[in-house]
Design a protein around this ligand. Sequence first.
Ligand code: TYD
Ligand code: MG
Length: 458
Amino acid sequence: MAKGKTTSVFYCQNCGYESSKWMGQCPGCREWNTFVEETVSRAELKQSAGQLKMRSERLKPCVLRDVVIREENKISTGLEELDRVLGGGIVQGSLTLVGGDPGIGKSTLLLQVCRNLAAMKRKILYISGEESLTQIKMRAQRLGEFSDSMLLLCETELDLIADTIRDMKPEVVVIDSIQTMYSDSVSAAPGSVSQVREATATLLQLAKGIPVSVFIVGHVTKEGTVAGPRVLEHMVDTVLYFEGDRHASYRILRGVKNRFGSTNEIGVFEMREDGLAQVQNASEYMLTGRPEHASGSVVSCSMEGTRPLLVEIQALVCHSNFGIPRRQTTGTDFNRVNLLLAVLEKRSGLQLSGCDAYVNITGGMKIQEPAIDLGVILAILSSFRNVALDAGLMAFGEVGLSGEVRAVSMAKLRVQEAEKLGFTTCVIPAACAKEIQSTDKIKIIRVNSVQEAMDALF
Ligand code: TYD
Ligand code: MG
């Protein structure tokens, strides 16, 4: 423990803002009630200012031309879905944060990555502060054979871990999880902002110094952020979030920050008996179990990074028994759906104000892209009129407040994805690229407004 007088410092649990007094609202991120008290000694406070100073042999600035990029620096994880989110593979000396709810499969994913890398004879160190060796072994047995080049360590003390890493010089290190790690030089409890920050800073130095690629597991709080989150997000190179319904079997890995690639990419996995399996054709997966000839079901297309993803939108519109109709959405923005309901009411003269409306994106996907607006509108119409739309129909387009259907990006890719999955009709915004033409496989209907789409389909 560091010597010297101890003082209390208040940290915002959300963004890591530091204050000497408690405050109701954080001036940094404007969140309420996020300050917690942590005791630190004066020596620590001084030290933390110089914490991030990286150790390097010689300070010698160089010109950009002299910097060599070696492609082989990226190590494939053996999981294509993960490689894509990482921007091609693990970069040497990178620090990656994998966040997600408890039980979503973070440990499983990383153990599988370790298994793949160890099979390629790479030196791996898996450090767990949460599970015992027996527990890890039990999990590993479900995943299959492990090569001996993966070593395990159950430890939470950071200085010991750092020494081990320096001695062993592995290529990849997994820290499961950052909230369990603690350093003697910080007096706050493990999981607190100052501990998490200290631990990450130490790992950052190790990662860049040796170099070793480090994966950090971070738990997510109820609000959906990693505890002490933004502090961590700033420090690491890559932030990945593992999401999905715990009760459904698929999982989505999303890049939130990436210094080595696009952040829009997603990886889709399925949790099976023997670990996580990659889902190559996500659209097909999302559409399995779609009801046939049911009203209120329409397929639309959203872009997830560079990949088009077909999703089923379901709507249920029924007579309301109360004065105020009930509206509920799952997987899409509530306010956006309300807005679309208002557009339908005003521009198409539908009497929706006396109706309850429920809109659901099946498969538990969360979609924010306005390109699915037209799909939502058609699903609501189909349910309202109780008319099932053609099962081979796919519709996308952004809907504006005057009921116009506006162009969206990458229309061609979306149409191609629909064609690949055997869809026969596409309703697209009229303003989309002219080269998208009907073929003998797929019929293209171009619409300027919601009214035109209604006339064409109902
Ligand atoms: P885990 O990786 O422990 O989650 P996290 O580290 O994010 O907290 O995932 C645990 C869940 O995954 C648990 O509910 C059981 C399930 N699971 C399987 O379905 N199949 C498997 O092969 C494994 C290892 C876990
Ligand atoms: Mg775990």
